[in-house]
Design a protein around this ligand. Structure first.
Ligand code: RIB
Length: 307
């Protein structure tokens, strides 16, 4: 069977984005500058990024039987994403509080996965045709860690390239690292995973080496404004950031990177080419507001890579 595209297990959350000079302290009220409601959740954001980059995408999750759930399903339809997403009658669709710092665009996120947090190994089994038929499978740690690990093992067993984006930092059975072709933490997640304080390319290399020693094929550690490090299988490459314009909102930049790294790998790019493709996508996404809505189209990414 020819394998094609990307399958993603992850959550959907409605993003409630508040822009203000600072966050309120406990017991305090702060007047903010701007509010927006939009689609979010790391897995769903990655799915949108990959689909806009031209990959065939299947998304596995759950949403609630409510208006946020209906909006999610309509959004995936509009993006051309194939869904394996039942509407859960007992649990509401998840939501995220996103604070965006006025001026810097830096963010802080509190997410409640809601119905997506109920996704189970049975849901993974039910979507196995889509997973086994894809070239690349990716998941994160917003879904229950045991379900993410189960899906990674099933995907690897079906001969699919596996990407584990261990975000946010959370406890999991690290034996699953041995079935991950790629592991893609950011600085703080890499620090939590390895105990190496990751703050620059040199320390990222040490953390990446620790991940490879635990069975990961290649580590791809994202370093915010310092770019990313791709390390493993005899290669160690620093991928610089693409500075495209004024940074207004960094939320979802990691999802842009991961979604398009997966999309490029699924189309046969080398890991280094795919990492550059992901970095270009992230560079574009931070110049726009929102998470899923900030994902660029393929033509914009290609134009940036040609510069
Ligand atoms: O990575 C950003 C995402 O994390 C947001 O969309 C939010 O919903 C959380 O899942």
């Amino acid at each position: 069977m020819t394998k094609e595209g990307v399958s993603i297990l992850g959550i959907y959350a409605a993003d409630l984005q508040f822009t203000a000079k600072r966050q309120p302290a406990m017991g305090e009220t702060v007047l903010g500058k701007k509010f927006a409601l939009g689609p979010g959740g790391k897995g769903s954001n990655q799915a949108v990024a990959a689909a806009r980059a031209g990959a065939k995408v299947s998304f596995i999750s759950r949403v609630g039987l409510d208006s946020f759930g209906d909006q999610a399903l309509a959004m995936w339809r509009a993006e051309g994403i194939i869904t394996h997403v039942p509407q859960d009658e007992k649990h509401a669709t998840g939501a995220a509080y996103i604070f965006i710092e006025q001026g810097s665009g830096n963010n802080a996120v509190l997410v409640v996965p809601g119905a997506s947090g109920q996704v189970s190994t049975a849901d993974v089994d039910g979507a196995m045709d889509a997973i086994a038929g894809s070239a690349v499978f990716m998941t994160q740690l917003e879904t229950p860690a045991a379900v993410s690990a189960y899906a990674l093992r099933k995907a690897k067993g079906a001969g699919v390239i596996t990407i584990f984006n261990p975000a946010p930092a959370a406890a999991f059975d690290t034996s699953v690292l041995a079935v991950c072709d790629y592991c893609t933490p950011n600085e703080s997640e890499a620090t939590a995973l390895t105990g190496v304080a990751v703050k620059d390319v040199a320390s990222a290399r040490k953390a990446a080496e620790a991940l490879v020693a635990r069975g990961v094929g290649m580590a791809l550690i994202t370093l915010g404004s310092q770019g990313a490090l791709l390390h493993g299988r005899g290669l160690s490459v620093h991928v610089p950031v693409f500075k495209v314009g004024k940074v207004v909102d960094t939320t979802g930049a990691g999802d842009a990177f991961n979604g398009c790294f997966a999309a490029a790998l699924s189309k046969g790019s080398t890991p280094e080419e795919a990492a550059r493709f992901g970095a270009a996508t992230a560079g574009l996404s931070v110049t726009r507001h929102g998470t899923a809505p900030s994902m660029p189209q393929l033509a914009e990414i290609e134009a940036l890579l040609k510069l």
